[in-house]
Design a protein around this ligand. Structure first.
Ligand code: ADP
Ligand code: MG
Ligand code: MG
Length: 880
């Protein structure tokens, strides 16, 4: 088997299509090599080996030979020899999974250095300082990543040395300073691990390869995988590559850049770099990076020279390469480059992470530029990320006291109570508090804290720092690199402001401003690119998206988000108004039909008004109204005081109220006297609701000239006879109302499919139904026998133990519950080919579930107003 894929000298065994086998980094290094972009030669050990290694605890036969062969080719390509005392080849060992996992797995640079080869480096470059600087970096990185000797040991030794020789900056340190430190480092390693630091380059290489594979299973990688749904079995590839040096002097540099602005999406080249630096110096936020372009520099109001000014020729070359890469991949690229003595090398390219705002803009721009088609554009934005665009921004008119300015690292406004570490952030958030995470800088250990926080503020680091990259990926507002921020223990100073743990701060991730206290926010802008993009989504989608709404405000919000009708109006919410609840209770407590009818008659006008309000908002679109569903005891108080009030307002003796409440008690209300069973017992309630619906519709048709399409939905049907009975009663009312009003309009009577029996007998039920709406919340409860309200504690355990892939109330259980949906749809349509089918559970707003409903052939999904754009995009993606 081929385990090792070489790249170099313009030729590569792999290419960009081989991401599964070579990881994203390896596949793109191969692709860039093929394109003729300057890439240091190297080879990739496939992800397949990762699986074998982790399972067997050893390498497959033949791997060593393949690595030796590839290394030989690299030596030839680079004109240097691994382990040579005269002209040593140094290596980087880099991880790379299928999808990028920023900062998750550590890279080892300058591998191959030892006390002999370092001399070779000196004689080859004539630069002892550089050679020892590289050597000490290697020993610390290798010790940290491979040998598990924590970085801070070395930091402390460096600081002690600096104090001893009276120097501040790394760049001031001499060759001898570093040489001395390398000796100290190695002694420390011996002390900590009980073994000497490996001198043999061969041992170093295999140690690093093993460490990369093992790092697939370190806790922070596991956390990241869980958060991002990355399967454990993918594994990582290992990339072994010739080193190029950005730290060899003033004509050397290293940097990262984006072909378009990853924050706003604007079409301008954007990047940061550092002269005379290596590897992660830019990302780590140790020195403040310079801008690549003059434009970027002006925008940041910076007096640090841009690369465009400092290294104009190389800038031009870099600019051409980035353009070429973006064109080649037809997507925004995130690139890493290093300049060694005036020569440009590319070390990585990948589709850049971006904010939702940027994703949308880039997708729309690229269609307009003719680079991609609308279908591709639709696939470029993850539906859930749209959420970031739908949420509040700072109200520009709100009073604010700006106390500090930082880089606008991830847009959106956030306000929260200050905490200074990630564990506190998580703890406070679990207590329901809104927190603002304030840190010097973040590292992969902070992922859980960043996830728990509303927003993130850091004292150090640029737009490409860990905090910035991760926050953008998560959609958390973030401002980074606030030089006025000084943290000490559980308080900090921002400029002159003292901030203690628990104080409120507000940030604007789009401007970088930090404000004292809580600042008012306002709704986002939904025109422009957003509107264009959503129009394309609608063109492409087959399924329609409706909303769940039971009041005009929600209906209006959903319409603004593009909902095409109401898929579920829960009428029970309408019974809670001050006066209505009195009549509702009168109805429930009534001892005879006559009294019951009197109370019901008083509710009717309110209901009619409610429906008129909804119909007006939804003019021309269908509105599905579910008749009363919850058990009646939900409407009456269970405490003495409340019952006393009821007694007074209804004129009933307290004892009778109590007795009635007692008689309504159920052991298992979810499976009790509810849904259509209420309609069976108290048909006058359903008749009143049908009357109110039809009267509202007739009035608007007659007086306001609207087209109204009411859909009356009968809940919790399990047996066709239930539906037949209630349908006939409702239809009779509808006909009567239309006759009285002299109006003829189209209406439907259908049912919610939320019991397994309904799905199994859907062919019978369809005979009495004009439509089905799958109520997947109850259908999940009744199919799995799991109560949604009681499942919190154990469902999480199920997911953690991989017994279930996801919480089935969030994302539909496709095989089980989904199987019943499919059966219900097929059986229903076998009776009535044109039967209208929708879904109205939480799943109607979940992208994965929507993908599934597309395969079932439903006509629409219905979800809460703020999920509507997400559902529209998911529906479009499902149709591509
Ligand atoms: P990550 O996946 O965390 O970005 P990388 O494998 O890209 O890790 O390595 C991190 C950094 O190390 C790169 O951005 C680059 O600056 C440096 N680096 C990696 N390989 C080389 C190399 N062959 N020569 C010089 N620098 C390198
Ligand atoms: Mg990288
Ligand atoms: Mg239900």
């Amino acid at each position: 088997t081929k385990f090792v894929y070489f790249f170099g000298n313009g030729q590569a065994d792999g290419d960009a299509s081989m991401k599964n086998l070579l990881g994203g980094k390896g596949a793109n290094l191969a692709e860039m090599t093929r394109l003729g972009v300057p890439v240091p030669s190297g080879f990739t050990i496939s992800t397949e080996v990762c699986g074998l290694y982790l399972a067997q605890g050893g390498y497959p036969a033949g791997l060593k030979e393949q690595v030796a062969t590839a290394l030989g080719k690299m030596e030839e390509a680079m004109g240097a020899t691994f382990g040579s005392a005269e002209n040593p080849l140094l290596l980087s060992v880099r991880s790379g999974a299928r999808v990028s996992m920023p900062g998750m797995m550590d890279t080892v640079l300058n591998l191959g250095l030892n006390d002999t080869t370092v001399e070779g480096m000196i004689s080859r470059t004539g630069d002892a300082r550089f050679a020892y600087d590289s050597y000490r970096r290697f020993v610390t990185m290798y010790s940290d990543v491979v040998l598990g000797v924590a970085h801070h040991h070395f930091e402390e030794m460096i600081n002690a040395k600096k104090a001893q020789v009276g120097k501040k900056m790394d760049t001031e340190m001499s060759a001898d300073d570093w040489k001395d430190l390398v000796g100290q480092f190695k002694a420390k390693v011996q002390q900590e691990t009980g073994k000497p630091f490996p001198e043999s380059p061969e041992d170093q290489l295999w140690g690093a390869i093993g460490a990369v594979f093992n790092s697939w299973n370190i806790p922070r990688a596991i956390v990241y995988r869980k958060l991002n749904d990355i399967p454990e079995e993918w594994g990582t590839a290992v990339n072994v590559q010739s080193m190029v040096f950005g730290n060899m002097g003033e004509d050397c540099a290293t940097g990262v850049a984006f072909t378009r602005d990853p924050s706003t999406g604007e079409n301008r080249f954007y990047g940061e770099y550092l002269v005379n630096a290596q590897g992660e110096d830019v990302v780590a936020g140790i020195r403040t990076p310079h801008q690549v372009t003059i434009e970027g520099k002006n925008r940041q109001d910076s007096d640090l020279a841009a690369m465009e000014e400092e290294l104009p020729e190389l800038y031009k070359e870099l600019y051409a390469v980035q353009q070429r890469l973006e064109k080649h991949y037809s997507d925004m690229q995130d690139i890493e480059f290093t300049i060694q003595q005036g020569k440009l090398w590319l070390l990585q390219t990948r589709n850049g992470k971006r904010t939702a705002k940027a994703a949308l803009k880039i997708a729309v721009d690229m269609v307009n530029e003719g680079m991609i088609d609308k279908q591709t554009a639709i696939m470029r934005v993850a539906p859930d990320t749209l959420d970031q665009l739908l949420h509040p921004m700072l109200d520009p008119k709100a009073d604010r006291t700006v106390v500090g300015k930082a880089l606008p690292a991830s847009p959106g406004a956030a306000t929260g109570m200050v905490v200074f570490n990630s564990d506190d952030a998580e703890k406070w958030a679990e207590e329901g508090k809104k927190v603002m995470l304030v840190r010097d800088e973040t590292s992969p250990e902070d992922i859980h804290g960043m996830h728990s926080a509303q927003g993130i503020i850091t004292a150090r680091g640029g737009m490409t720092s860990h905090a910035a990259v991760v926050a953008r990926g998560m959609g958390r507002p973030c401002v980074s690199g606030c030089s006025e921020l000084h943290i000490s223990g559980n308080s900090c100073k921002i400029g002159s402001l003292e901030v203690k743990e628990g104080d409120w701060l507000t940030i604007d991730g789009s401007t970088g401003e930090i404000m004292q206290g809580q600042v008012a926010t306002m709704d986002p802008e939904l025109s422009g690119d957003f509107a264009t993009f959503m129009e394309w989504a609608e063109e492409i989608a087959r399924m329609k998206v409706r909303t769940n709404a039971d009041n005009p405000e929600d209906a209006r919000t959903a319409r603004n988000f593009g909902a095409q009708g109401i898929g579920l109006c829960r009428t029970e919410h309408m019974f809670f108004g001050a006066e209505r609840i009195i009549n509702m209770r009168g109805m429930i407590l009534a001892e005879n039909d006559d009294d019951r009818r009197k109370s019901i008659a008083k509710i009717l006008p309110y209901q009619r008004e409610d429906f008129e309000g909804l119909f007006r908002e939804m003019k021309g679109f269908p509105v599905t109204i579910r008749l009363l569903d919850p058990p009646l005891h939900e409407f009456i108080p269970h405490d003495e005081e409340g019952q006393q009030e009821v007694a007074e307002s209804t004129g009933m003796p307290l004892e009778k109220v109590k007795a009635r409440v007692e008689s309504l008690k159920e052991f298992n209300p979810m499976l009790g006297h509810r849904g259509c069973r209420l309609g069976v017992s108290y048909p006058e309630v359903y008749e009143m609701q049908a009357q109110a619906i039809m009267e509202a519709a007739c009035h608007l048709v007659k007086n306001e000239g609207y087209t109204i399409i009411p859909e009356i939905m009968i809940p919790l049907v399990g047996v066709v006879s239930e539906l037949k009975l209630l349908r006939e009663k409702c239809a009779a009312v509808c006909e009567k109302v239309m006759q009285e009003n002299g109006v003829k309009l189209e209406y439907m009577i259908g049912t919610m499919v939320e019991l397994p029996r309904a799905a199994v007998t859907a062919d019978q039920i369809a005979a009495e139904a004009d439509f089905f709406s799958f109520g997947t919340n109850d259908l999940t409860q009744t199919t799995m026998g799991i109560s949604r309200d009681d499942s919190g504690p154990f469902l999480k355990e199920y997911v953690d133990k991989n017994l279930l892939p996801k919480d089935p109330f969030v994302s539909i259980d496709q095989v089980g519950v989904g199987g019943l949906v499919r059966m219900g749809a097929e059986k229903g349509r076998s009776t009535k080919p044109g039967l209208k089918l929708g879904v109205c559970g939480e799943h109607g707003g979940d992208p994965d579930s929507i993908g599934f409903f597309e395969t079932v052939g439903l006509d629409y999904v219905s979800c809460s107003p703020y999920r509507v754009p997400i559902a529209r995009l998911a529906a479009a993606q499902a149709a591509v």
